[in-house]
Design a protein around this ligand. Structure first.
Ligand SMILES: [Zn+2]
Ligand SMILES: [Zn+2]
Length: 384
């Protein structure tokens, strides 16, 4: 049985300190002086460990142990003052990581493994208290095989969706959820509409609705862009690295890294794809909403709930793995006919008001946690 941290509700008192977050219709709209190279990603330094294996001692190796601990591959119970030795702890962490990402299980920091490690990703851990949420074990229905009957073919699929420990979900009486944006981010309507499109993708398959409201303090789901430490002891790490994180039900907190260059147009043309140092906002939003609903990470690479996202790539359509997982928690939307036709983002775009297509930067905020109160049984805070 997985044991996990249960926190009470967090009372966050946010102290504003302006930072900036960039939103752009496409990669080429990023001003030249703000364009970043993908190699600016702090994790890229891990590539220097290529070829490291058990028994070696390499300067700075402790940093990759911290990385693996952050994502659950090294238990949080171990103190974080790691040595630079490639010890058994690191070896088993590497092996578990390779298993989750379907890499050759070598136990070494080989080239392919490290190329995966440096890909920007969701901040939610893949492993909780030593049990992977991405593969079988630790919970029922984590992994099974199912056959689908297609129109003209029959194929076999392996289900890899997962849930948070205890399978938390929004209760029956809360099927019409509200969401609001941190008013201090002063987001444009265009940016907000990206999130509404992302919510629709989930609402199409389950009997839940999502309605935008103005009250940030009372909404079920609260969305904000922050940098660095921002009140939940899960500081963002600047450009690339961790892109966002969200908490399991019924917490509702959804945080995004204000240091990224976010693409909001919902289009993924060639020009965008070549701008690899920018991230498609809707792709990340769809993923994090999956966490808000109770889904953990999946080892199916094409699923929305796969932990990493290749910069420059747009991935917004729910995979059958995502649909099966979320319908296990909530049942099916009566109007869902079992298949989704990928819809061009422009057809769902909120045309409400202003700033369409404009590149721009907004004021964001960093914040600090000043109190931790209000213990509430059953509220699971999930640190990604
Ligand atoms: Zn995630
Ligand atoms: Zn956070």
């Amino acid at each position: 049985m997985i044991r996990f941290c249960v926190f009470g509700a967090f009372l966050l008192y946010l102290v504003a300190s302006p930072v900036s977050a960039g939103f752009y219709p496409n990669g080429s709209a990023i001003p030249p002086d703000l364009r970043r190279n993908i190699t600016d990603n702090a994790w890229n330094a891990f590539l220097n460990f290529t070829g490291c294996h058990a028994g070696m001692k390499v300067d700075g190796l402790y940093k990759i142990k911290q990385y693996f601990q952050h994502f659950g591959y090294i238990p949080l119970t171990l103190p974080g003052n790691f040595t630079d030795d490639f010890d058994d702890i690191l070896k088993s962490a590497v092996e578990m990581y390779q298993r989750n990402f379907k890499l050759n299980i070598t136990g070494e920091l080989d080239e392919l493994t490290l190329q995966h490690v440096v890909i920007p990703r969701c901040g939610v851990p893949d492993v909780v208290n030593g049990t992977s949420t991405m593969l079988s074990g630790g919970g029922r229905r984590r992994t099974y095989e199912v056959s689908f009957s297609g129109r003209s073919q029959r194929f076999h699929a392996v289900k890899r969706y997962s849930f948070f420990p205890g399978e938390p979900r929004w209760p029956e009486r809360r099927r019409n959820l509200t969401y609001a944006f941190d008013p201090r981010n002063a987001l444009t309507e265009e940016v907000k509409s990206v999130f509404s499109r992302a919510f629709v993708r989930w609402a199409e398959v389950i009997p839940l609705t999502f309605r935008r409201v103005e009250s940030f303090s009372t909404s079920d789901i609260s969305i904000g862009f922050y940098t660095g430490e921002h009140g939940d002891r899960e500081p963002f790490d600047g450009f690339m690295g961790t892109l966002a994180h969200a908490f399991s039900p019924p917490n509702g907190h959804f945080h995004l890294d204000g240091a990224e260059n976010w693409i909001v147009s919902g289009e993924g043309g060639d020009g965008f794809l070549t701008e690899r140092a920018a991230v498609d906002l809707e792709s990340v939003a769809v993923h994090e909403i999956g966490h808000l609903l109770g889904l953990g990470h999946s080892s199916v690479q094409d699923s929305i709930m796969f932990p990493t996202i290749t910069t420059g790539r747009r991935k917004v359509d729910l995979h059958s793995d995502d649909v099966e997982g979320v319908q296990y928690l909530y049942g099916s939307n009566p109007n869902f006919n079992g298949s989704r036709t990928p819809t061009p983002a422009t057809e769902q775009r909120d045309t409400g008001s202003g700033n369409s297509g404009a590149a721009g930067r907004i004021d964001g905020y960093s914040s600090v946690l000043t109190s931790l109160l209000m213990s509430t049984v059953g509220l699971l805070m999930y640190i990604l």
